[in-house]
Ligand binder design. Sequence first.
Ligand code: 5AD
Ligand code: SF4
Length: 461
Amino acid sequence: MTASSPKLFVKSYGCQMNVYDAERMADALAPEGYVAASSAEDADVIVLNTCHIREKAAEKVYSELGRIRKMKAQTGRSPIVAVAGCVAQAEGAEILKRSSVVDLVVGPQSYQRLPELLRGAKAGLKPVDTDFAVEDKFERLVAPAPKAIRGRGVTAFLTVQEGCDKFCTFCVVPYTRGAEASRPVSQIVAEAERLAGAGVREITLLGQNVDAYHGDGPDGRVWSLARLLYELAKIPGVARLRYTTSHPRDFDDDLIAAHRDLPALMPYLHLPVQSGSDRILAAMNRKHTAAEYLRLIERIRSAQPDIALSGDFIVGFPGETDADFEATLKIVRDAAYASAFTFKYSPRPGTPAADRDGQIDEALKSERLQRLQALIAEQQAAFARSLIGRRISVLLDRPGRDPGQIAGRSPYLQPVQLVAPGAAVGDLIDVVVTGVGTNSLFAAPAGDAREAIPELAEATG
Ligand code: 5AD
Ligand code: SF4
């Protein structure tokens, strides 16, 4: 690259789809000569790829804009500053009013227009584009170069479905990401082949409601997520498939069968329930009960006994009583999570629950959050301990902490540290888990396990 290549810095907040979108923004600007900047200070274009899901996340953008303003004053540099992502979609031109440092506002459905929008921003036009485009965004987005893919590692995200029609009463997603839309199968397969061709071994399919996927198939029919997974599993080089996030209502029998049939489909499932109280589930408009959720998990586990579960929980939803919260603790105990994300309810402008009576005091939300987190931490540790002595596969994805060490991920997304001479990033190897740390597993290549932990020799054969 020449010294004069313009430099792009994208800072992403929030979910994995923003990570994916950040890559697509870099891909969209690569043909214009943009290369990655190492920091905001170094950049000609700074993109804040924002999250609107909770108030705290949404407010981060304004503190970051304050820092950029100071940085501009101190260094005398004047990079173009763009606000992208879900805050851009939700607040649009308001952002320009609140912060004069912003040159461009672009919502998630308009990233294909980024090159022309940047030209407008450079001309001082302060463009705002929060349209839900009629054209196919993905069709127009530039595919990543093999070199760019390689630079991003051996695991990759791939958006297959975007938006949500569920309208849970706490959630901004249906407003920021729009109505549910699925990409056509051929487009997804082509992108997956491109990733695999450049060395990607694990692909995580993304969608706000990924199990509601219903894309046009090459046979003229509508394909389900399960059917798509069977197809992707055929691509040479793709060793592991994951998908996130699912809604219990859309989890169909074919998807359960895919977990039984496809060795590449990792036995780790993010299936949020949000609450264990039927009263609160109804108030959240989740359209299922706690018992239905538990029955679903039972059915999935009987098809694939190895399944480990992850979830999302909200505490302090309006009207949540002590008994409702106890029901949440109960469903956590009954379902047994390998990990879970927990949140204090945050009233979001424009969502039905924000204006409801019975808003819960912050101190009570914090107390409930702590109790729930303690229970989940216990379950997470118990799950990790249950793996000691077990043989699992690890996808090596980075050098380890200490020399000679290499690191990877278990089927259940836990970081794994091991010493494996001759093994390289991108290898999928069988290991035996020898111990657990605070946030990771320790393991030895399966062949070495007898020496590493003789007392396990019997267990590992
Ligand atoms: N307050 C707190 N948590 C929320 N989530 C979504 N909206 C809110 C909100 N208003 C959580 C849900 C969802 C996850 C992505 O974020 O648990 O599954
Ligand atoms: Fe939000 Fe509910 Fe849609 Fe998930 S299913 S994105 S929580 S509205």
